[in-house]
Structure formats: structure tokens, C-alpha cells
Design a binder for this molecule. Structure first.
Ligand code: GLU
Length: 448
């Protein structure tokens, strides 16, 4: 007998041709939901899954700007408002050449579950553009952001949809986007965007929240398996904001970071990447070149491996923090062969479905991104509440809340997995726990 979820996977395939990333996340999530649907015929009758996999709204728009040479440039902008059952749409903006509807929908769909897991009142959305900020001047980035917001501002608002950063969108871009929103609306509505600078309404701790949250989550996962984070050797990928926050917290909690990577290759530093070496990751990111090789020139004893991924390096724990589909089946095989037992996703969907299945089938305990990296968006929701109360929060308060939220996410994923017969499987548990919350709200709100 076929699975109940297969009919929905077929619908998704028919409706979203040429969008493999979106279909990949749908297959991954729905596979976990089969036992839930078997127990809950009401959710089948109400078309819950079919409604959930269709974004409530998606917009695409032209973004025209003028580069430093005076040449007219055209990009495409997007916002997919996926689900508002739990609160205003919430999710980042990604600026990268690879952005197209399939990437926006995969991220928007993941965001629904991630945001539900935080326990905070936020729906799921994602947006962005195929604009590449790497190698662009400040002026070019500003003109692009202003043009992008000139269209987007019609669709967002503190009670409607609250964007934030993601790949290629950091503090600088958020500032330019917010400035233009304010100019267009003549309102200082801080709660319309998160990840703002602290002087104009941002939350202390938001910058590092995603990375710190990933490490808290990983620690919870290790402890649930009777292990300690302290003393573990770790390999991460990426060197952006998420990788940096992860590196800082790993060091603080006594783990040893051996390697990180960029699109140009990876850095191995057996002496450990800590202190000024971690700070240097930020310098690399801000260089606008998107390469990590200069690290090896600056820190003697470290090595650069051109064009390679770091998954062959022997370590106790791997945390991919770069981007989607960074870890394929052949990498999963390397990870298992190296004897590693723990793997926690930092970036969104960094593992192909077959690689993730291989890791789990071979005794590697895996933490899924939608649970592990939810600390970022959780702190964004705290930033929204700070803005509506008009009372700045203290960094220590934020850290404390973040740690509690990450523990709750871990525990609710672990409990849901146990309840639906998956044992200790955080991948399945996160999907189930997030889904049940959204499904309850959607049921209460009728067929919309
Ligand atoms: N882009 C981040 C994420 O994937 C943050 C989103 C937000 O803060 O709204 O969750």
C-alpha cells in the first residue's frame, strides 16, 4: 500500500516543475508526517497538507538600479508569503545569483516549521533577489536596496510581513532597506524589519543569535546522547555570519574548531581556530571577495585546500553553515568513514535527502536546520516585541531567552519523534512538532 503523503508529493511535483530544491524539502518534511496523517484522518479530510504546500501569496518584481559605471542593471525581486497561521509572515531576504522561485519556496516552506518551533507568534515567508552583493560598491548595494524596497514596501508591515537578513543580506543591507522603507512611508516602524543596527532599534545579540543557537542546540543533542560538547573537535563549512557565531560559541563552550570553508576551498588549522582567527572570518566576509584562502597566508601552520570541501577532515562533530546541498552522498560516506557520530545542520537544508538518510542509517545523530538554526528568527521575534514595547533589552536577557528557546525546541522535537515512533530522531521530530502547531492554528481558522 502506498503512503498517504505520496499524493501530496505528486501534487507538488505537478505544480512546481523545475524547482528541485522546493520538492526536496517537501519530500523530506512529508516523509516524517506519514505516521501523523495515519493517526489523524481529520487532517487528510481538511486538505491540510495540500494547503500547506501552496504559498498563500508569492510576488515577483523588477528591480532596476544604476551601477557605478552609469549602466542600467535589472534584477528580479521576490517575496513568498507562505503561511500566516501563527502570526505575521516572518523570514529573511536572500541576495545571491542562485535565487529563483524554487529557492524562495524551499526556504519559505522550511521557515513555516522553523518559526512554529520557536513557540513565538510568527508565520513563515522568504524573499530576496538574484542580485549578487559580492564585489559591489557600497553605493551600488545602497541603490539596489532602495530600488528593491520601493516595490517591497507595499507588501510588508509590522503586523503583515517582517523581513530580515539571510545570505548576502547583513547589517548594511538591512540599514539601507529600512531607510528606504521609512522614507516611503514617513513612519519609524522599527518592527517592519529585523536585524537592524542597535542604535536604531536592533536587538543586542541578534547578530550572533543564529550561530549561538546552533551550538546550544548541538550541546542539547550531545547531552541527550550522554556526551559533552567540551573537548570535541569540530568542522564547519562557510565563513558568513552563521559560521562566525557558531565558531565563537564553540570556542566559548570548550570545543576545538579545526576547519571552515568558502566557495574557493577549505582551511585546515589543527592548532584550533579561536580568538583573532575567528574575528578574521568577518574580515574575509567583509572583503566582498567570497574567498577564504587569505586565512592560510595570514596564519602560518594552517593549510588551504583549493576547490575541496572539508568533509574528509577527521572530527567528532560536523556543522555545515554555508548553504543548501553542501553535503552530498559521497560526503556523507566520508563523514561516516571518519568515525564521526554527530552532525548538526547550521545552514538551511545543507544536506541532500539521500546524504541525510545515509548519515542517520549509519549511526550518526543528526540535528535538522529548521530546529538548530531557529535561534536567529527567534531573536528576530524578540526584536519585534522590543520594537513594539519601545523598551531596549539587555544582551544578557536575550542570551538567556535564546538558551531556553533552543532547549525547548530540542525537547519538543525529541518528544514528538518519540510519540510518533521514530525514537530519538530530531529530523522527524522537528517536522512533526512544527507541523502540529501550524495544523492546529489552520484548523481553527477554517479553510483559507
Ligand atoms: N534568514 C534567517 C532564517 O533563515 C532569519 C530570518 C529572520 O530573522 O526573520 O531563519
Amino acid at each position: 500500500m502506498g503512503r498517504i503523503v505520496d499524493q501530496y508529493i505528486e501534487i507538488a511535483q505537478r505544480r512546481n516543475p523545475g524547482e528541485p530544491e522546493f520538492l526536496q524539502t517537501i519530500e523530506e518534511v512529508l516523509s516524517s508526517l506519514e505516521p501523523v496523517l495515519q493517526k489523524r484522518p481529520d487532517l487528510v479530510e481538511s486538505g491540510m497538507i495540500e494547503r500547506l504546500i501552496e504559498p498563500e501569496r508569492g510576488i515577483s518584481f523588477r528591480v532596476t538600479w544604476v551601477d557605478d559605471q552609469g549602466k542600467v542593471q535589472v534584477n528580479r525581486g521576490y517575496r513568498y508569503q507562505f503561511n500566516s497561521a501563527l502570526g505575521p509572515y516572518k523570514g529573511g531576504l536572500r541576495f545571491a545569483p542562485s535565487v529563483y522561485p524554487g529557492i524562495m519556496k524551499f526556504l519559505g516552506f522550511e521557515q513555516i516549521f522553523k518559526n512554529a518551533l520557536t513557540g513565538l507568534p510568527i508565520g513563515g515567508a522568504k524573499g530576496g533577489s538574484d542580485f549578487d552583493p559580492n564585489g559591489k560598491s557600497n553605493g551600488e548595494v545602497m541603490r539596489f536596496c532602495q530600488s528593491f524596497m520601493t516595490e517591497l514596501f507595499r507588501y510588508i508591515g509590522p503586523e503583515i510581513d517582517v523581513p530580515a537578513g539571510d545570505l548576502g543580506v547583513g547589517a548594511r543591507e538591512i540599514g539601507y532597506l529600512y531607510g528606504q522603507y521609512k522614507r516611503l512611508t514617513t513612519k519609524f516602524d522599527g518592527g517592519v524589519i529585523t536585524g537592524k543596527g542597535i542604535v536604531y532599534g536592533g536587538l543586542p545579540g541578534r547578530t550572533e543569535a543564529t550561530g549561538y543557537g546552533i551550538v546550544f542546540f548541538t550541546r542539547n543533542m550531545l547531552e541527550a546522547c550522554g556526551e559533552k560538547l567540551e573537548g570535541k573537535t569540530v568542522v564547519i563549512s562557510g565563513f558568513g555570519n552563521v559560521a562566525w557565531g557558531t565558531a565563537v560559541k564553540l570556542n566559548e563552550l570548550g570545543a576545538k574548531l579545526l576547519a571552515f570553508s568558502g566557495p574557493d576551498g577549505y582551511i585546515l588549522d589543527e592548532a584550533g581556530i579561536s580568538g583573532e582567527k575567528v574575528d578574521y572570518m568577518l574580515e574575509l566576509r567583509n572583503s566582498g571577495k567570497n574567498i577564504c584562502k587569505p586565512y592560510a597566508d595570514k596564519f602560518p601552520g594552517s593549510k588551504f585546500f583549493a576547490g575541496e570541501k572539508p568533509w574528509g577532515v577527521k572530527a567528532d562533530l560536523y556543522i555545515p553553515c554555508a548553504m543548501q546541498n553542501d553535503v552530498h552522498l559521497e560526503h556523507a560516506k566520508q563523514i561516516v568513514a571518519s568515525g564521526c557520530k554527530f552532525y548538526c545542520e547550521g545552514a538551511n537544508m545543507p544536506t541532500t535527502n539521500e546524504a541525510l538518510e545515509y548519515l542517520m542509517a549509519n549511526g550518526v545523530t543528526c540535528g535538522p536546520a529548521k530546529a538548530a538554526n531557529a535561534g536567529g528568527v527567534a531573536c528576530s521575534a524578540i526584536e519585534m516585541s522590543q520594537n513594539s514595547r519601545k523598551m531596549p533589552m539587555k544582551r544578557e536577557e536575550v542570551y538567556e531567552q535564546l538558551e531556553t528557546i533552543m532547549k525547548n525546541i530540542h525537547d519538543s522535537a525529541a518528544a514528538a519523534s518519540e510519540e510518533y515512533g521514530f525514537g530519538y530522531n530530531l529530523v522527524a521530530g522537528a517536522n512533526i512538532a512544527g507541523f502540529l502547531k501550524v495544523a492546529e492554528a489552520m484548523t481553527a481558522q477554517g479553510y483559507v
